[in-house]
Design a protein around this ligand. Structure first.
Ligand code: AMP
Length: 281
């Protein structure tokens, strides 16, 4: 594995690799790697000759300064984990390198960034779009891999790729979960033992909601999920929405013709977790 810290150096390296007709896969991360991240890397390895992974805690996508400050940064552990998979190039740029000057670009994602995470984390998706567009310009991969765990982010990145005409296939990968169902997340390591024991209720409730949906309306299902989770003293639902898979417009009645996904954000003390599940009603 080669570690590159400088974006110019990485661009030059990629140009050389492309001259050799090698297929490049790219997996952007913020580090504190877990099996979910490694599954993206494995997907990339299957499809490409070269896999480039980035680790960069992107300041512009944090609307909460406290969240940014406490976000886990454990590069030594990450390097150990990367040894277990094939990562050809690790890109670990500095903040100065990614943001040499202020970047005032704005993006238009229509409805996609107005709901859910967009509504509750103002500026978050602008920050995501800024960094991903910079990465795409530098890395210029053939394929880029993102997890369905960040379902709305995936929709934003597909839209960004179209709008900016990047010739990059955006590949979505399934959510990896802990044994008790909790969606893997770098933030899970910040949970106390008590919180950790209780957060499994989030995915359990989403799973049960799939069943409940067979006999409940959309509105009843949403209320049931929120009430069930909020009964637990450790958990507070920020939002739970059931939306059209593509447009992310909230749905008001079940329609088997459209693909539907229920997306949730839950506050656990000072930690905020997200998850989602498909509905087939
Ligand atoms: P992050 O480091 O949290 O920015 O995540 C980097 C990438 O890993 C994003 O595309 C995430 O959607 C993806 N990811 C995070 N958690 C999981 C998970 N549990 N399963 C699959 N992919 C994930």
């Amino acid at each position: 594995m080669i570690i590159i810290e400088n974006s110019k150096e990485l661009s030059e390296k990629v140009t050389t690799l492309k001259k050799e007709s090698l297929c490049i896969g790219f997996v952007p991360t913020m580090g504190a790697l877990h099996e979910g991240h490694l599954s993206l890397i494995e997907c990339s390895n299957k499809d490409n000759d070269i896999t480039i992974v980035s680790i960069f805690v992107n300041p512009t996508q944090f609307n909460d300064k406290g969240d940014y400050a406490k976000y886990p940064r454990i590069l030594e552990d990450d390097l150990e984990k990367l040894k277990k998979v094939k990562c050809d190039i690790l890109f670990t740029p500095s903040e100065n390198n990614m943001y040499p000057s202020e970047d005032n670009r704005e993006f238009n994602f229509g409805n996609l960034d107005k709901v859910m995470e967009g509504e509750h984390r103002p500026g978050h998706f602008r920050g995501v779009a800024l960094i991903v567009s910079k990465f795409f310009e530098i890395v210029n991969p053939d394929k880029a891999y993102f997890g369905e765990k960040d379902f709305q982010q995936l929709a934003i990145i597909k839209s960004l790729t179209n709008q900016l005409n990047f010739d990059i296939d955006v590949i979505s990968c399934p959510i990896l979960r802990e044994k008790d169902g909790l969606a893997m997340s770098s933030r899970n390591m910040l949970l106390t033992a008590d919180q950790r024991a209780n957060v499994k209720l989030i995915s359990m409730t989403l799973l049960n909601a799939q069943e409940k949906a067979k006999s409940m309306t959309v509105s009843e299902t949403k209320d049931w999920v929120k009430e069930t989770i909020n009964k637990n003293v450790f958990l507070k639902v920020e939002y739970f929405e059931i939306v059209d898979y593509t447009s992310l417009e909230p749905i008001s009645s079940w329609n088997s013709e459209i693909e539907k996904v229920g997306c949730i954000a839950v506050q656990v003390g000072t930690i905020r977790l997200i998850d989602n599940i498909r509905f087939y009603s």
